[in-house]
Write a protein that binds this ligand. Structure first.
Ligand code: AP5
Ligand code: MG
Length: 209
């Protein structure tokens, strides 16, 4: 199954993609995670992306679209994929349609006021890519899954969060109508306990677990 997850920053795209990609046996492809890895490694893509990510702006399409196109051409995407964070604009959606057609698009909806609390308490594991919230961690410095030291994302500060939300509303939210019109959109309420959201997504995709 070829899937796209839409939703504002902090909606739970990454959290749910980890569960759903495992349930379906397809790779979880997060453009944000790819850029953060490139920044840690200091690659040319990482160096280009950093200035945009730090400000909460979209990384230029010339960098992003080619990166996704290459990733989807890899062997592990033959039987499907779960795209998290791409497409993020109508231009990117049209570009994707030129090299791969999604079977379904899940929109995880959460109101802005809830997102700010989620993002400011988020912790990230650079080793296993796990995502957590301080309210649910026994020790907010240690990854409960692999024991590595947790970090806070540089773009999870109040000014950048505000920019990311406005970029989302201006450029990404029109994609829900775009995919609804194609008959691909599945709407899910993301303001529920995580396990419930996972169950709702799998139900919307008609997947038995
Ligand atoms: P990206 O990494 O994609 O960030 P984002 O879209 O802002 O989304 P987040 O990763 O912040 O949130 P999420 O929805 O994954 O939520 P999570 O599961 O972590 O992109 C970062 C940057 O990269 C962009 O700003 C841009 O610069 C660049 N970029 C990426 N893709 C691009 C593209 N296509 N084009 C151009 N530029 C691009 O959950 C958040 C928190 O909430 C966690 O603490 C979690 O534990 C908690 N939580 C999750 N679910 C629940 C729940 N049900 N109840 C309570 N808490 C929950
Ligand atoms: Mg994410």
């Amino acid at each position: 199954m070829k899937l796209v997850f839409l939703g504002p920053p902090g909606a739970g795209k990454g959290t749910q993609a980890a569960v759903v990609s495992q349930a379906l046996g397809i790779p979880h492809i997060s453009t944000g995670d790819m850029f953060r890895k490139a920044m840690r490694e200091g690659t040319p893509t990482g160096l280009k992306a950093k200035a945009y990510i730090d400000q909460g702006k979209l990384v230029p399409d010339s960098v992003t679209i080619e990166m996704v196109k290459e990733r989807l051409s890899e062997e592990d995407c033959k039987n499907g994929y779960l795209l998290d964070g791409f497409p993020r604009s109508l231009y990117q959606a049209e570009a994707l349609a030129g090299f791969s057609q999604p079977d379904a698009v899940v929109n995880i909806a959460v109101a802005d006021e809830k997102l700010i609390a989620r993002l400011s308490g988020r912790r990230f594991c650079p080793k296993c890519n796990g995502t957590f919230h301080v309210s649910r961690l026994a020790d907010e410095k240690i990854c409960p899954d692999c024991g590595a030291e947790l970090v806070q994302r540089a773009d999870d500060n109040p000014a950048t969060i505000a920019n990311r939300l406005s970029v989302y509303h201006e450029q990404t939210s029109p994609l829900t109508a775009y995919y609804a019109q194609k008959g691909l959109l599945k709407e899910v309420d993301g303001d529920r306990p995580m396990g419930q959201v996972s169950a709702d997504i799998l139900k919307a995709l008609a997947v038995e677990v």
